[in-house]
Design a protein. Structure first.
Lengths: 600, 423
């Protein structure tokens, strides 16, 4: 019996030893988790936030710069606050907020710093800097937020904010972390990759109390932060400022382009807001107010608002008809008011005069010739071929397609397709008489102000355009993105433009666009009164100047402002004068445009 | 003949060798656990734990020579006297002791000398139990004597529990091994183990399942056992007792265990349940050991212990420093050394001719075994966090002295094993 007891005792010692050896094998050799957890314990990554790139206007004026701001960090394990209410009143927070923030931080880690109060301004920081020493466990971490010296261009510049959960999930590069700032709209979003730079990381070893114990691996893994690229915008700050002033108190858009390059000289979305509202700690409060505004100031109208093109579209109709050879430039077509409502006098019109007087009946007939070219005896099938052909031209003008500019989420507008009418009327159950309103730019066609400005540029260039863009150079002496260096031909021979351009000149000299007339500058334009089922018509104008060697192409929409001749043409004309001569002499027109109460 | 030169020849030098290896490894690890790179500390700096430990280590040599030069029969004869003294000291420490982290375990004499009587109570209890069990006429089937010897072990244990120092108290359960070897009925042991087993399983598994399983096992036993009244009633009594234990677990947990003990039990079951609170020690201890991987980070290159993530690094959690800096190689060497030492002590025990020496040697092996099992088990998450040192390894004068005395007395007795008949 003694022998077996002896064995049992010895065996149990060996068994305990074997259990220990197996357990140690599993945690020391077979698992890597403990090694990672150990590194996680001792390594504190100090993030060096890079400076976000600055944005200049085309003449070197600073549009966007950085402002230092401070985050209050907390290390829960070290916290010693004797007088919580004094602490709270120092930072202007509620006691409950203090408790909540502290608990959130504790849940994340007791030994690693996490953000306690975000975005303390420079002034506030100066006030608390000395007192902070009394509160153990709280540290300051410096960052920067955007500042805008001029309260203009808000929608185009966009804003920077904390990255959302969604964006974080979508980030495949794994660059962003919780709490990082990211460009949310405008240039800030579309040039995020260039502007953000590269974050630097310094790895330090810390002990359990967070006290630094030296470099991790002698700093071999540390990286320096690389500041973001500065951008040079195509915007002319003076012109932008002037254009925004003219559209103040109105709802609408203005886009001015240098037709020879596609550079956007000015882009206005009205009503606007001060971009400084969306920086710093008041971001969410202000954002709330702006997003509740019934006039939606955060809606970037020039690229997102869609309207029927109205009479401005007649320029395209004339060009397509000439290219398709269904009319001659000097061919006279009789137009009375019978086919469609018309304000133009009854008579014979050629292309130039039809544009000048904006004859609806002329373009009704021209469009009918484009649609019904007798390819098929059936008017239904013939219309299908006609519409297909017509649409292929219109799309090349950048309508119904995304222009691929360097601002986020531009709308494509709409140019109806054969399939669309098949859906609405049924296959082979529609013909020209169902779609004639397209002839005068009404009906289903929708365009954005940007697309109309681009149309003005195409007309100025007599047949080509560069995709409009708002950044001309990445870094001070760089080039714009390669996609903005490509010349797009629209497929209309340049000779066909002459008659249309002459007509547009006459529109301004003696037609509906007289308010845009200047004796010293030959402005070519076309007004548009966009029918609005919800209220007074919208006022539109599209044009370029000077006629020879055009330097500015422009489109203006003013909502609910009635005839295109009134609001839009005067605003466009003033902007053209300002850009080409540097000053505005026609103060009477300026007063008219400024005073015009077009806002409901 | 020259007695002193002879005794050195008769000492079991293999045990001494393992003892020294463990003590020196412990000392190096104590240095590593307090080492700070920039401070340029010396291992001999007497203001550090490593320097102080060196003094204790040196003094064990003196203790060794004192112990082996005293007549071997002295230890048997002085046992009851020492027992009386230590019981008094354990009572005094409850009154006059200074409170260190919630327990009155220490006598503080001056600022340097601190004595922990409960450490010395271990070898004294071993002596007195051995003395009692070696007295002529002692038999385990005498219930009176069984109760008496159990009370001998339980006495100091209860006093230590009052300090309260449940870790050190727990060590007194190691006498079960001694009793088992010396003839304690295995039935008592099996029933005891069964209750412990049921107690532990109740922590993991729903009570209801255990009760059903117990009833099931009882039913099967009745079917296959001889159908005598005695057997059946015996099975039924065991069944009812077992079910009683499962019910008592809940009561024990909520009413007897202190909240922090309950938490430690829960943390053992699932350390992730509270990784920053009560699970902290276990989690950090496992991280430190696990991060050593196969070869370890190298001597003085540990980060978890050095940067204070592991608590009590030079005493109760000294095994973490070893695991982190010397990896699986280091930990397995130490475990094998301990197993070897314990087995060596048990075989020394077996070769004793005197019953006193045999019982005492078994107590030595059992006490070291329990320390080894609980301390290392705790650092790798197999045992609840109970603060007891790793023998010969952990920093601390009382603990090193007590373990050395414990071991050296055994070696002294072993050296005289052939003289048993002289008496």
């Amino acid at each position: 019996m003694n022998e077996s007891r002896k064995l049992i005792i010895r065996a149990s010692v060996v068994v305990v030893g074997i259990i220990f050896l197996i357990k140690l094998l599993s945690i020391q050799v077979l698992s890597d988790n403990y090694r990672l957890a150990a590194e996680n314990n001792i390594i504190q990554s100090i993030i060096e936030y890079p400076y976000r790139g600055l944005i200049y206007d085309r003449n070197g004026e600073l549009l966007v710069l950085n402002n230092p701001i401070y985050d209050l960090m907390v290390v829960p394990m070290e916290v010693e606050v004797e007088d919580t209410s004094a602490f709270c009143s120092m930072f202007g927070i509620e006691k409950q907020t203090f408790i909540d923030n502290y608990n959130t931080a504790r849940e994340y880690s007791v030994i690693k710093p996490s953000i306690f109060i975000k975005q303390i301004s420079n002034i506030e920081y100066a006030r608390i800097q000395d007192k902070l020493i009394d509160y153990k466990g709280f540290y300051i971490s410096a960052r920067s937020v955007r500042e805008y010296p001029y309260p203009v261009l808000s929608n185009a510049l966009g804003y920077v904010g904390e990255i959302s959960k969604n964006q974080l999930d979508r980030d495949t590069t794994n660059y962003y972390r919780m709490g990082d700032y990211i460009g949310i709209s405008g240039i800030e979003a579309s040039y995020e990759d260039q502007l953000r730079g590269l974050r630097g990381v310094k790895k330090r070893m810390v002990n359990v109390r967070g006290v630094e114990q030296g470099l991790y691996k002698d700093g071999r893994l540390d990286t320096l932060s690389i500041p973001g690229s500065n951008l040079v915008s195509t915007i002319d700050l003076t012109l932008q400022d002037y254009a925004e002033k003219l559209l103040y108190g109105k709802v609408g858009s203005l886009v001015a382009i240098d037709p020879s390059t596609g550079e956007i000289l000015s882009i206005v979305s009205a009503p606007s807001y001060d971009p400084n509202l969306l920086t710093g700690r008041k971001f969410s409060d202000n954002f709330q107010v702006l997003s509740m505004d019934t006039l939606v100031p955060l809606f970037n109208r020039p690229i997102m608002a869609m309207y029927p093109p109205g009479s401005m579209f007649k320029t395209i109709q004339a060009l397509v008809a000439l290219q398709e050879n269904v009319i001659k430039a000097d061919e006279l077509i009789y137009s009375d008011g019978r086919l469609i409502g018309d304000l133009a006098p009854i008579g014979y019109y050629d292309v130039e005069e039809a544009i000048t007087y904006s004859s609806n009946n002329y373009f009704f007939k021209v469009f009918r010739r484009i649609i019904n070219q007798g390819v098929d005896p059936s008017p239904y099938i013939d219309a299908r071929f006609g519409l297909e052909q017509w649409r292929s031209y219109v799309v090349r003008f950048g309508l119904g397609v995304n222009l691929d500019i360097d601002l986020p989420n531009p709308k494509s507008g709409y140019v109806p397709t054969v399939e669309y009418y098949d859906r609405v009327y049924g296959q082979n159950r529609w013909k020209f008489s169902n779609i004639y309103s397209l002839s005068i730019g009404q009906g289903e066609t929708l365009v954005t102000p940007l697309q109309m400005a681009n149309l003005a540029a195409i007309l100025a260039n007599k047949g080509y355009f560069y995709t409009p863009h708002i950044i001309k150079s990445i870094d001070e002496d760089g080039l714009p993105d390669t996609r903005f260096q490509v010349k797009h031909e629209v497929g209309i021979d340049s000779v066909h433009f002459n008659a249309v351009i002459n007509g547009m000149q006459a529109v301004v000299r003696s037609g509906s666009g007289r308010r845009a007339y200047m004796p010293q500058i030959a402005v070519c334009g076309k007004t548009s009164t966009v029918e609005n089922p919800h209220g007074p018509d919208h006022s539109g104008f599209m044009g370029f100047a000077p006629k020879e060697d055009p330097q500015i192409a422009i489109a203006v929409y003013v909502e609910n402002a009635g005839w295109g001749a009134r609001a839009a043409a005067s605003v466009a004309s003033l902007v053209i004068e300002k850009y080409l001569t540097g000053e505005v002499k026609r103060t009477w027109l300026e007063d008219y445009a400024l005073k015009g109460e077009f806002l409901y | 003949m020259n007695r002193d030169s002879n005794i050195l020849n008769r000492i079991d030098w293999l045990t001494i060798l393992i003892y020294w290896i463990l003590v020196i490894m412990g000392w190096l690890n104590i240095y590593a656990s307090v080492y700070e790179e920039d401070a340029g500390m010396s291992i001999f700096d007497f203001s550090l734990n490593s320097g102080k430990q060196l003094i204790w280590i040196a003094s064990t040599v003196i203790i060794f020579f004192i112990i082996i030069s005293i007549d071997f029969q002295f230890y048997e004869s002085i046992a009851y006297v020492l027992y009386g003294i230590i019981i008094l000291m354990l009572i005094f420490v409850l009154v006059f002791g200074s409170k260190v982290s919630g327990a009155r375990s220490w006598f503080e004499i001056g600022s340097f000398l601190k004595i922990q009587p409960s450490e010395f109570a271990k070898f004294i209890t071993a002596l007195v139990v051995a003395r009692f069990m070696s007295s002529p006429g002692f038999k385990f089937n005498s219930t009176r004597q069984l109760i008496f010897v159990t009370m001998m072990a339980l006495g100091p244990m209860l006093l230590i529990l009052l300090q309260p120092d449940p870790g050190t108290a727990l060590i007194y359960f190691s006498f079960i091994i001694v009793f088992f070897r010396e003839g304690l009925s295995p039935l008592i042991l099996i029933i005891g183990l069964l209750f412990v087993l049921i107690f532990i399983t109740t922590l993991f598994i729903n009570q209801l399942y255990i009760i059903l399983a117990v009833i099931g096992i009882a039913a099967i036993s009745i079917v296959f056992a001889e159908k005598t009244f005695k057997k059946i009633s015996g099975i039924l009594i065991v069944m009812i007792l077992t079910i009683g234990v499962t019910f008592s677990v809940d009561y024990f947990q909520t009413n007897i265990l202190k909240p922090h003990h309950q938490k430690r039990l829960r943390v053992l079951i699932n350390p992730d349940s509270d990784p920053l609170g009560d699970g902290w020690n276990v989690t950090q201890s496992k991280i430190a050991i696990g991060s050593g991987q196969f070869w370890g980070k190298g001597f003085l290159n540990g980060t978890q212990t050095k940067f204070d993530f592991v608590p009590e690094q030079s005493t109760d959690f000294i095994f973490c420093t070893l695991g982190e800096e010397h990896g699986y190689v280091g930990t397995s060497i130490v475990i094998i050394l301990f197993i070897f030492l314990i087995l060596r002590i048990f075989s020394i025990a077996e070769r004793q001719k005197s019953r006193f020496a045999q019982v005492y040697s078994y107590a030595v092996g059992s006490i070291i075994f329990f320390h080894f099992m609980i301390n290392i088990g705790m650092t790798i998450g197999l045992f609840p966090v109970i603060g007891i040192p790793l023998p010969f390894f952990s920093y601390g004068g009382s603990s090193l002295w007590a373990f050395s005395i414990l071991l050296f007395i055994m070696l002294k007795l072993d050296a005289h094993r052939m003289q048993i008949f002289v008496r």
